[in-house]
Design a protein around this ligand. Structure first.
Ligand code: N01
Length: 563
């Protein structure tokens, strides 16, 4: 490890001649919830750390996604850090499901409370991340001309942070304003009196459409694939509920970590096939009324058995038909081409009912695809120009790999991560990838990540990485790296588990299917948060099985790491 040099700033690097790189113990890319906690833990180990963050402030996904109606679909009491008892006791959430502004306030509170900002360089994007074999450290360069070195590099770049604009012909010719939900203007947008097109009906579209419709003169929704959505039933935080959680927070958090998706809710162990039709109807209705993601926990096999899944899908399709008055619109909104839950299930407030408004219309792109954008609006294949003043693209992200690849990572022998992952991401545990020593990925592909409560998965990864680094330092170990064999067998396992489920049947962003040319590989690990955590802990306890170390204590690394 290099010696800590906390007073040396990358920004102080001389700009002329060959710049002398400022040296740190660790560099962290991203100051969302993953980067903030990673910084806190690394500081706790006494490391000098530099964090680079593209935004002007902390918060990551909650910094960028400021679109109207942006809200978390995991309950506030669970979508928060658990690492500090004081923090979790003192912070008060105002709603059952928090909106983006409140979550961003929370991220800022955490940054202030733990004095994190002084190590973060804002408005700075990493452009190159290069392993220097001779020096055994990473060289990290930014768009501001920074050049720093650090033996350890942690990518906290988020899974859904590389926003994607579709390549629709004529887009530049549009005479109005265009927006992407994942890059929303900070001052907000006033749609009063405006005719607005929303392209995309994933979570972002489904959350924003009802709110935009309340303001705009007209909203035209361009839907390529309909999504299943469950009502959130959001409400002000119930004081009794908050007290219940806070009186027992530690035990509840521990229990949540053992759950399949890191969320504590009522999971029914039964197969949907074991219940009668009347029982199923009652179960689904109860959960529909309760609101939120718990709907998908109605039965244990909804992600596994196509017949079971169909019962839940039929129930939701029935709800859509009951809510949406125009029969043709209801049919267009009802998904039929993939099992429920295999594209990320959405959680909404009044989404389907919004289509009963006079100022909202739906264009079914399966019947009439978008042909081009014209100066006046969006032209579909039937020759209709849908005239609008603004276009909102709710078209998603280059998920899980996009932001990582943007950091220009090259490992041993100059191998680019982009080349290594050409046929899809390959990692060991979603934490490291062979050939890239000391490069950790928080909630990387191959880990439960986007299939889980992100806060639970982030904390688990950060703790695992920090504990690993602590052990390396105490033993004088310089590098850790996933072995090729361990990576190959993990990738095979991730793939095998995914194909036991119904998930690969959908053309989803989990599969990379939303990006033209992106390999179709199921990226997150679907084995469950609890099982996954056990694997990670066991691997660490066995002396980091599947990882290779180098450095002073390499001879006895296994027993050392296992201590
Ligand atoms: O993005 P998406 P998102 N022409 O990729 C359509 C999380 N999140 O931002 O399905 C026309 O899901 C595309 O159509 P199709 C959550 O994990 C969470 O909404 O590819 N349409 C789809 O309808 C979520 O899953 C929260 O056929 C085009 C839509 O755009 C993830 O982020 C809130 C198109 C994109 O949907 C991403 O959600 C928000 C084109 N050329 C987000 N290209 C909560 O916590 C794409 N589409 C609640």
């Amino acid at each position: 490890m290099t010696q800590a040099q906390p007073n040396r700033r990358a920004g102080d690097t001389p700009r002329s001649g060959a710049p002398e790189a400022a040296a740190f113990d660790a560099v962290v890319v991203g100051a969302g919830f993953a980067g903030l906690y990673m910084l806190h833990r690394l500081r706790g180990l006494g490391l000098s750390v530099r964090v680079f963050e593209a935004g002007e402030g902390v918060g990551g996904t909650w910094y960028w996604n400021r679109y109207p109606g942006a809200r978390c679909d995991v309950e506030s009491m669970q979508y928060s850090y658990s690492f500090s008892e004081e923090l979790q006791q003192e912070w008060q959430w105002s709603e059952r499901f928090s909106g983006q502004p409140e979550i961003l306030r929370y991220a800022n509170h955490v940054a202030d409370r733990f004095d994190l900002r002084r190590d973060i360089r804002f408005e700075t994007s990493v452009t190159a991340t290069t392993w220097d074999e001779a020096a055994q450290h990473w060289i990290v360069e930014t768009d501001r001309g920074d050049r720093i070195t650090a033996p350890l590099c942690v990518m906290a770049t988020g899974c859904l942070s590389a926003a994607r604009m579709p390549g629709i012909p004529g887009l530049e010719s549009f005479g109005g304003d265009t927006y992407h939900t994942g890059h929303w203007p900070h001052g907000g947008v006033d749609f009063t009196g405006r005719r607005v097109a929303v392209v995309g009906t994933g979570s972002s579209g489904i959350q924003s459409i009802p709110v935009i419709a309340e303001q705009a003169a007209h909203v035209t929704v361009f839907q390529r694939t309909p999504n299943f959505s469950i009502p959130a039933r959001n409400k002000p935080m119930d004081e009794g509920y908050e007290t219940l959680w806070k009186s027992d927070y530690r035990a509840r958090r521990l229990k949540a970590r053992t759950m399949r998706n890191g969320i504590l809710y009522n999971l029914n162990d039964m197969s949907a096939m074991e219940a009668s039709e009347a029982e199923r109807r009652h179960e689904y209705e109860t959960r529909w009324q309760g609101g939120g993601l718990a709907f998908m926990a109605a039965y244990s096999d909804l992600a596994l058995n196509a017949d079971s899944n169909r019962t839940a899908a039929d129930f939701v399709r029935g709800k859509i038909r009951a809510i949406v008055r125009d029969a043709a619109t209801a049919e267009a909104l009802a998904p039929t081409t993939y099992p429920i839950g295999t594209k990320r299930i959405c959680v909404d407030s009044d989404y389907y009912d919004t289509f009963n408004r006079d100022n909202v219309s739906l264009v079914d792109l399966r019947a009439t695809p978008i042909e081009e954008v014209t100066p006046a609006g969006i032209m579909t294949a039937d020759g209709t120009v849908h005239e609008v003043d603004s276009i909102v693209f709710a078209t998603g992200f280059d998920a899980m790999t996009g932001a990582l690849l943007k950091a220009g990572i090259s490992g041993r022998a100059g191998v680019r991560l982009a080349d290594k992952w050409e046929a899809g991401p390959r990692t060991y545990l979603g934490l490291m990838t062979a050939g890239f020593p000391n490069l950790f990925t928080i909630t990387g592909p191959g880990s439960p990540s986007v299939l889980s409560n992100m806060m639970v998965s982030i904390e688990q990864h950060v703790d695992w990485i920090a504990d690993c680094i602590a052990r390396m330092r105490s033993r004088g170990v310089r590098t850790i790296e996933a072995t090729q064999e361990a990576e190959d067998s993990w990738v095979e396992h991730v793939n095998e588990v995914a194909h036991r489920t119904l998930y690969p049947r959908a053309a989803s962003w989990y599969m990379g299917a939303n990006i033209p040319g992106k390999p179709r590989v199921f990226m997150p690990y679907i084995g469950g948060v609890g099982v996954y955590r056990e694997s990670c802990d066991e691997i660490a306890a066995k002396g980091y099985e599947g990882f290779r170390f180098s450095g002073a204590a390499v001879a006895n690394e296994t027993s050392a790491a296992a201590e």
